[in-house]
Design a protein around this ligand. Sequence first.
Ligand code: SF4
Length: 352
Amino acid sequence: MLEVVISKEFEDIAKKVKSGVPLEKDEALYLYKEGDLFLLGKLAQDVKERLHGKKYYYTINRHINYTNICTTGCKFCGYHKKPGEEGGYVLEIPQVIETLKNTPELKEVHIVGGLNPSIPYEYYVDLIKEVRKNFPKVRIRAYTCVEIDWLSKISGKSVKEVLLELKEAGLNSIPGGGAEVFSERIRKELFPAKISGDKWIKIAKIAHELGIPTNATLLFGHIETDEEIIEHLFKLREVQEETKGFYCFIPLAFIPEGNELSYLPGPSAHKILKTIAISRIILDNFPHIKAYWVFLGVKLAQVALLWGADHFHGTVFEEKISESMKKTQVMKLPPKEIQRLIREVGGIPVEV
Ligand code: SF4
């Protein structure tokens, strides 16, 4: 990393970050808005090295997107199909098991899908049970807070009951999707049928109380303001102070293709790196910040490892959500290639 000269106006902020003192909201906003890209990178990297030294993490995982049929209609999503629309699919459970059996050295399975009214509650529980039965040691990360809310609705059970049943079936943790931006203004505009930020947080907290760790995301680079991004990050920091239940934060760069917002330019590399960096700085109480290469592309994700990210996600194999928007297939990243990318930036790869 370049040696960065810290200008007078950012000296106090830099001192706080370097000594592990949490920034105030206005300081974080000022740094994000006005701070130089390299200054943010340097500060974020200081936080990253304080927490992890030269270690960078990845896993051998496979994504399962069990259905693309969804009634929520989020404007930024090019993945979903309406019920009855051509191209909609639901994966049969044996099909999922067969796919996972064809994944060598699998450590983690990541299961998410749309809110599909034709799938009964039992499918969700049986899917977890079958994965657990066939892969006793695999980590099962499944169903976002949005899906958990849906399961509660279709089953008539409380969120707590649903989570306990899934945990009993073999669920280990919950992915971070569906948080989008915790701004009511944006929710009304882009995803009015989706649960609110408050509800998302409430479900994450219940999971944490039950000993189920969750991830968290931010979808950025569309119509949100810098203030809304900082607000989102501060809310997450506050929840983490309370529960310590978040494992990883994943800044998701909006993909401006194949959806109703395709007229937007999408976030630049500059914006993406600054957002990853400010996330690492504000969320210094989160163990990990992810460079989600599926959305960023492998090359920019590698650079993000020098801007505060410490987790390179995993091998993935296939991922239908970004594939449906970019119209290109997500290529699996072999573990050896992930290790090479990490070593190239001076890191030590650690498989988790
Ligand atoms: S983002 Fe998720 S909830 Fe929204 S439309 Fe797409 S699949 Fe449905």
